[in-house]
Design a protein around this ligand. Structure first.
Ligand SMILES: O=P(O)(O)OC[C@H]1O[C@](O)(CO)[C@@H](O)[C@@H]1O
Ligand SMILES: [Mg+2]
Ligand SMILES: [Mn+2]
Length: 459
């Protein structure tokens, strides 16, 4: 049994956690306050406008508490009565030996807690319960991803028509295509909005598209994809189901859909299920309602005046699979609870962990997308970077769940690297003019593809 190292903490100046709490969070929160104000301004509802004042006050107080490094408090009885899953945060707080603060607590827990406080502030107002505080930002960024969107829609239509024409596509060709669409979905994660605080839109565009991906191929520093492919083709077709634990809406969601469409068209899988968040989360994460908005936005000819045939082909293809239930979307409170994914276990019966555990045992492969999900898989602990992935995911390694993590690295935690590579990357990042070489791992420029068959003992 591996020893569990400490988790990353907000008061460590060598961790990306440090600037996250002191500079990134305040920017994100300030932006969301502006979106509340803009929404209130547009509304004619006097009650809604009045309630926006309470929300803004709440957000300002939150901002002040973070900046002052105030203590983290338990959610009150009435708050938990309003949103029962907040209790998961109180459960974890009760186990902490030291009092946690906004600037010194565990990074992963406190970041999750932050988004729940923000959500609570909004949902405490009756006229705002269905308001997604990040929706405008998510859609605006999708709108400005035009070129990447065109390129992928063109690629997909051509391939899909070819697949439909060909009676029997050679398996080796399908394997190569599988790699291509995994790659698209992986790098789709490079442009999440919680990092927008640091990136320009140009920067974002330069990360999308084929050329950017080709340049990044050497930056995939751990790659277990061959094992996932072997698993996929070993399961009888009728039982083949791929689950996605989704990350971001917008461009990344679009790339996840393109991977799903390829898998369905190529008859590599029978069913695809997307697992979404039940509430606004980490700025850009996908909720079930974002699917409808996605279809609507794809068909917005003002936003996307060119390549309408290809965009329509993409949208109606996914709609078709949605109608036949080969493509499904679902959500669970578990994903935004305080628990990390070692709690995807039969013992976690309060927040949906046991249910998901059972469901995932029947999955061919569970694709876990993005940085935050990866941090929750590995517990956000200070694992030596050469730790095997299966040693960092606790009981999931023996859960019978087949996990494939696709993650661009935007935080300190990372495992599965070959001996000596970390040292080289630290030196390289320093040489690039960065003060802290260790922060290569939070730059979003490198990525890992990690697999666990859920049965370490027979691996
Ligand atoms: O959308 P992703 O890939 O989960 O990225 C968001 C994550 O990255 C971070 O920005 C890393 O610091 C966190 O806010 C969060 O863990
Ligand atoms: Mg763990
Ligand atoms: Mn995200």
């Amino acid at each position: 049994m591996p020893q569990f190292p400490d988790v990353y903490s907000l008061n460590d100046p060598t961790s990306f956690a440090y600037s996250t709490a002191r500079s990134r969070w305040p920017k994100i929160i300030t932006q969301s306050k502006q979106d509340v104000l803009a929404h209130a301004r547009k509304s004619e509802d006097a009650e809604l406008k009045k309630q926006s004042e309470t929300i803004v006050e709440g957000i300002e107080l939150l901002l002040q508490e973070i900046e002052e490094g105030a203590s983290i408090r338990e959610f009150t009885k009435s708050e938990v009565a309003l949103i029962p899953s907040l209790q998961s945060y109180n459960d974890v707080l009760a186990t902490m030996k030291e009092k946690s603060t906004w600037l010194s607590g565990p990074w992963l827990f406190t970041e999750c807690y932050l988004y729940r406080v923000l959500d609570l502030i909004v949902k405490s107002q009756s006229k705002w319960v269905n308001f997604d505080i990040f929706e405008v930002l998510k859609r605006d960024t999708f709108k400005s991803s035009k070129f990447g969107i065109y390129e992928l829609a063109i690629r997909y239509k051509k391939l899909s028509e070819e697949l439909k024409k060909t009676a029997q596509v050679e398996i080796e060709k399908l394997r190569i295509l599988f790699e291509e669409f995994i790659d698209i979905s992986l790098w789709g994660n490079a442009t999440d909005l919680s990092l927008l605080a640091n990136a320009t839109l140009e920067d974002i565009q330069s990360r999308q598209g084929k050329e950017a991906r080709e340049k990044s191929a050497k930056n995939i520093i751990a790659n277990d994809l061959p094992e996932a492919w072997k698993r996929l083709v070993a399961v009888p077709f009728e039982e083949r189901r791929i689950d996605f634990v989704l990350d971001n809406a917008g461009f990344e969601f679009y790339t996840d859909l393109s991977l799903s469409l390829f898998l369905l068209d190529a008859k590599l899988v029978k069913t695809v299920v997307f697992h979404c968040k039940t509430r606004p989360w980490m700025v850009s994460d996908t909720m079930v309602k974002d699917y409808k908005l996605f279809l609507q936005d794809m068909r917005n000819t003002e936003w996307f005046p060119d390549h309408q045939e290809e965009l329509e082909y993409f949208a109606s293809s996914i709609e078709h699979y949605h109608d036949t239930e080969q493509f499904q979307l679902t959500d669970s409170e578990f994903w935004t609870s305080a628990l990390d994914y070692s709690c995807l276990s039969p013992h976690e019966i309060k927040y949906g962990g046991a249910e998901l555990y059972k469901y995932f045992q029947n999955s061919t492969v569970v694709i876990v997308k993005g940085d935050l999900n990866y941090r929750k898989l590995t517990g956000d602990r200070k694992w030596p970077k050469t730790t095997p992935f299966v040693d960092a995911i606790d009981q999931l390694a023996t859960s019978d769940i087949h996990i494939l993590a696709l993650r661009t690295c935007k935080a300190d935690v990372c495992v599965g690297l070959p001996e000596g590579l970390e040292e080289k990357l630290i030196a390289f990042w320093k040489q690039q003019g960065n003060e802290l070489g260790e922060l290569w791992c939070s730059s979003g420029k490198w990525a890992v593809i990690s697999y666990s068959a859920g049965n370490t003992s027979t691996k």
